[in-house]
Design a binder for this molecule. Structure first.
Ligand SMILES: C[S@@+](CC[C@H](N)C(=O)[O-])C[C@H]1O[C@@H](n2cnc3c(N)ncnc32)[C@H](O)[C@@H]1O
Length: 272
């Protein structure tokens, strides 16, 4: 099993978006992230995040990366606490907050061992993080522990869907080669199988990246104590497809909803 230290080293060297957007930490970098998140990653998930719904509430962003979620809740006046394994992410998040003239408490820490007391948060969000941590059960249990009874968690994870099926994936890999689909810092058309494709999605040397189907993720979340309210698929990464910006909105919506690479869970901690 990989260690948290290896994960930390990887993300310290490769903060999210630093492989594709220039000048991390500059105003242009944050404007570009905002654009990518709104136009591509979260295009059809803005209602899911419900940024305005947690005004005055305590929100944890577990694994904040460069801080787009932190900033989005903070500008709507939630009381936001953010942690990330890496100093690089903490510094980027603080700069992003300054850029938007917003405030949050941001510090280094691991979702596997949160320093917060039990039952502290109204909302825990963790976007694309726990599938990168070596002990994902610990990560889910910690998110559950710090949530108030009746509180909400929004956790997004790599989705292993029909396109990763062992008979379908070789066809997809061939299509990726044909249309030259790749991500900066990865070599996706050379992935040896679907699991390797998912692992290296965030970079060729990414140590941990686990994808599962809805039922397997649901089992893990239930083991941690969560009640699953519902889930949605999102994030069909059209920006890596040549001429992807020409995809019409209605078609992007269908790709996002049916072939989204991420599964977005709406979870609740039961009132005892
Ligand atoms: C793909 S990025 C997601 C960043 C951000 N949540 C977003 O959606 O833009 C993954 C982030 O998770 C962080 N991470 C990985 N394992 C972690 C852990 N055990 N505890 C806290 N952060 C972790 C990494 O440092 C990295 O910043």
């Amino acid at each position: 099993m990989k260690t948290v230290e290896e994960v930390k080293n990887y993300w310290s060297r490769n903060p999210l978006f630093s492989l594709e957007v220039k000048n991390p930490g500059s105003p242009d970098f944050f404007n570009a992230i905002d654009e990518i998140k709104k136009r591509d990653v979260e295009s059809f998930a803005m209602n899911y995040w419900d940024f305005k719904g947690f005004n005055g509430k305590k929100v944890l962003d577990a694994g904040c990366g460069p801080g787009w979620l932190t900033v989005s809740y903070a500008v709507e006046k939630a009381e936001v606490y953010s942690v990330d394994l890496t100093k690089a992410a903490v510094e980027l998040t603080r700069k992003f907050l300054d850029h938007k003239k917003a405030f949050a408490y941001v510090e280094e820490g691991s979702v596997e061992k949160l320093k917060f007391e039990n039952n502290f948060f109204d909302l825990v969000v963790s976007s694309g993080v726990i599938h990168h941590t070596p002990d994902l059960g610990k990560g889910f249990r910690e998110c559950f522990r710090v949530l108030k009874p009746g509180g909400v968690a929004k956790i997004t994870l790599y989705h292993k869907g029909i396109l990763h099926n062992k008979f379908v994936f070789p066809v997809i890999r061939f299509a990726m080669k044909m249309i030259n689909f790749n991500r900066p810092g990865a070599n996706l058309p050379s992935a040896k199988d679907a699991d390797d494709f998912i692992r290296q999605y965030d970079g060729l040397n990414n140590p941990v990246g686990i994808g599962m189907n809805a039922s397997s993720w649901s089992d893990e979340l239930k083991k941690a104590g969560f009640v699953i309210e519902n889930f949605e698929l999102h994030f069909f990464p059209k920006r890596f497809i040549p001429f992807g910006q020409l995809i019409p909105v209605w078609f992007h919506y269908l790709l996002d909803r049916y072939f989204g690479t991420m599964i977005y869970f709406n979870l609740r901690k039961p009132n005892n």
